[in-house]
Ligand binder design. Structure first.
Ligand SMILES: Nc1ncnc2c1ncn2[C@@H]1O[C@H](COP(=O)(O)OP(=O)(O)OP(=O)(O)O)[C@@H](O)[C@H]1O
Ligand SMILES: [Mg+2]
Length: 351
């Protein structure tokens, strides 16, 4: 449809329909007169024409009067008694039908148990960390913990101390419970601002800030933890290096980390992992290896949960259509608008 055809089609529609179309697209649309509203909709259409046309088509379909079995619209005057309107230009069908909620939820649940087989990148990372520092950059849910646990197990078998850090006390607590279950509670300690337990254990969980402070103290001769036997330092969530406020803590921890210990940086979302690995190589005694891949083991599905409890897929498709914002699910759109209507303080359009 050309812009002229779209303009003519809009001009033939009642204000109520134009306002519905303008919701979420035109700021304060209810204040505009018809000509101005059409102008604003046309302006908007230059950025997302397909989405506008698809919604217009949906609104027109809703407005179509029901057909009687004879094919003539109910309440319509017999043929010939009213001047026929020019045929409306067809609107191209631009999208596939949207996925249903049941289809979107399908397959989510606990998978059937099966034997554990490490992925190739996990094997590669474990073999690398026995020789050198390693940066792992793989998507969320890939299994970084397995590498951390196995590397820690091997270091402890070699009578080396292991330190595992996370950016959050809550995550440190979780890992303390998880690792205590795996290795036995006598083998694991925790040091955070709130908790100090079993500080002489061979595997110590702490926040990165605490480790940085320990390394500061060690540099000034006050050694709290047996840093001389330190064999492995695991920095989980190491994308915090890029944090404007806390990044310096990760930076200093890496700089002050004893040279005999291996560093293992785990991250799901470093944009430039090679730069980090190159930096480690430049300041540490051994070359740092980068292990990375970007294929998601667990695909993402996006949903929208309205405050009233209604759940709907966020997009028309099961996967996330990156770069196609006009692929929003019609039900999600409707719920957004409903929410907007409920929360707009004043001046909202009357139905
Ligand atoms: N090779 C594997 N095969 C099958 N499942 C695995 C494998 N490795 C790990 N997992 C499972 O994948 C899930 C996610 O693992 P994990 O928590 O280690 O991910 P992660 O990479 O640390 O994610 P995040 O970025 O969220 O911290 C766990 O349930 C784990 O048992
Ligand atoms: Mg993890």
């Amino acid at each position: 449809m050309t812009t002229d055809e779209l303009e003519q089609l809009l001009a033939r529609q009642p204000m109520a329909l134009l306002h519905r179309l303008a919701r979420g697209r035109v700021h304060r649309h209810f204040r505009a007169g018809k000509r101005r509203l059409i102008e604003l909709l046309l302006q908007y259409s230059s950025t997302n024409r397909a989405g506008l046309e698809s919604d217009l088509q949906a609104l027109l379909e809703v407005r179509q009067p029901r057909q009687d079995p004879g094919g003539r619209p109910k309440h319509a005057p017999p043929p010939g008694t009213r001047k026929q309107l020019p045929a409306q230009a067809p609107i191209p069908a631009v999208m596939e039908p949207a996925i249903s909620l049941a289809g979107w939820l399908e397959g989510i649940g606990v998978p059937a148990p099966q034997p554990f087989v490490p992925d190739p990148w996990q094997i590669e990372a474990l073999s690398a960390v026995s020789e050198t520092d390693v940066v792992i950059s793989v998507p969320t849910g890939s299994g970084k913990t397995y590498v951390a646990v196995e590397a820690a197990r091997r270091a402890m078998e070699d009578n080396r101390t292991v330190i595992y850090t996370s950016p959050l006390k809550a995550l440190s607590n979780t890992k303390y419970t998880e690792f205590s279950r795996l290795f036995g509670s006598d083998k694991v300690g925790i040091l955070t601002g709130d908790r100090q337990e079993n500080g002489q254990a061979p595997l110590l969980i702490m926040t990165t800030e605490i480790l940085r402070n320990l390394l500061y103290d060690a540099a000034s001769g006050e050694i709290d933890v047996r840093l001389d036997t330190l064999g492995l330092v695991i920095l989980d969530e190491s994308q915090y290096l890029a944090d404007p406020e806390r990044g310096v803590v990760w930076e200093e921890t890496i700089i002050f980390c004893p040279s005999q210990a291996r560093l293992l940086l785990l991250s799901a979302s470093i944009g430039n992992p090679q730069d980090i690995a190159d930096w480690l190589t430049s300041i540490r005694p051994t070359a740092c290896r980068l292990v990375r891949h970007s294929k998601r083991t667990v695909p993402l599905r996006a949903g929208y949960l309205h405050p009233n409890g209604k759940l709907t897929p966020l997009f028309r498709t099961l996967g996330i259509p990156y770069g196609h914002p006009n692929q929003l699910h019609p039900e999600a759109k409707r719920l957004f608008l409903e929410y907007e209507e409920e929360t707009l303080p004043s001046g909202r359009p009357r139905r």
